[in-house]
Write a protein that binds this ligand. Structure first.
Ligand SMILES: Nc1ncnc2c1ncn2[C@@H]1O[C@H](COP(=O)(O)OP(=O)(O)O)[C@@H](O)[C@H]1O
Ligand SMILES: O=c1ccn([C@@H]2O[C@H](COP(=O)(O)O)[C@@H](O)[C@H]2O)c(=O)[nH]1
Length: 207
């Protein structure tokens, strides 16, 4: 069996990675190749040993917040045709859920997350590296709306976390990782030309 094509999509929180991923999957639907999506967020470390106030104070915008060793092992397993036990993470409680999900390999694997391009040891595992480059003020505005609605946050907590970790870590880790990307996408998840270009590259590779 041919190893899967692994596409990594990175960029700031709120840059439009999830939307771009969804649109890329839709673009694939006509091509009849099963696509599997793995979210780096699911690889945030379990924090059951910490109290809630301790968890709330953590820096979730540092590469060490993620169990990248596990992600690397999972990518290697999928590449060699083995299934994985995909972890699940809860943003409201800041820790892993007890259950994992058995996932089988697929011809196309899309990975999505903020720190995917920051680890030199992960880069060789990706076939295509994409960076969604969206101005930070737009990312923050989107994050505020989403986190209040979906992640149980208050505006005060979002503003505090943004100043303390999200913004400085973006400049220290995420922004420099842009230069490792094969494609930099401006105008976020709805950039149709970028979607078409990437789709046509992927179609050529898969033939
Ligand atoms: N181009 C866009 N125009 C309008 N809203 C957008 C656009 N891209 C993303 N959003 C919205 O912004 C929020 C964050 O986008 P999302 O794709 O979840 O970002 P990320 O996965 O990078 O954190 C979502 O509610 C999404 O629907
Ligand atoms: O327990 C947690 C884990 C993460 N975060 C924040 O989430 C974003 C990454 O998720 P996106 O889906 O890319 O927005 C990251 O910036 C962390 O600050 C959190 O608040 N709590």
């Amino acid at each position: 069996m041919q190893p899967p094509l692994i596409i990594a999509i990175s960029g700031a929180s709120g840059s439009g990675k999830s939307l771009f991923t969804e649109n890329l999957i839709n673009a694939f639907s006509e091509y009849h190749k099963p696509v599997r999506v793995l979210r780096e967020d699911h690889y945030y470390r379990a924090q059951d040993h910490l109290s809630m106030p301790e968890r709330e104070k953590n820096n979730y915008d540092h590469p060490d917040a993620f169990e990248h060793e596990l992600l690397k092992a999972h990518l290697s397993a999928l590449r060699s045709g083995q299934p994985i036990d995909y972890p699940h993470y809860c943003f409201n409680t800041h820790t892993r859920l007890p259950d994992t999900e058995r996932l089988n390999p697929a011809p196309v694997i899309i990975l999505e997350g903020i720190m995917l391009l920051t680890r030199a040891e992960l880069l060789p595992l990706y076939d295509v590296k994409i960076f969604i480059d969206t101005p930070l003020d737009i990312c923050l505005m989107r994050r505020m709306l989403r986190d209040v609605k979906e992640r149980g946050r208050t505006l005060e907590s979002i503003a505090e976390q943004y100043e303390a970790t999200v913004k400085p870590m973006y400049h220290q880790y995420i922004e420099p990782s842009r230069f490792t990307a094969d494609v930099v996408v401006t105008q976020g998840g709805e950039n149709q030309i970028a979607l078409d270009v990437i789709k046509s590259h992927i179609q050529q590779v898969l033939q």
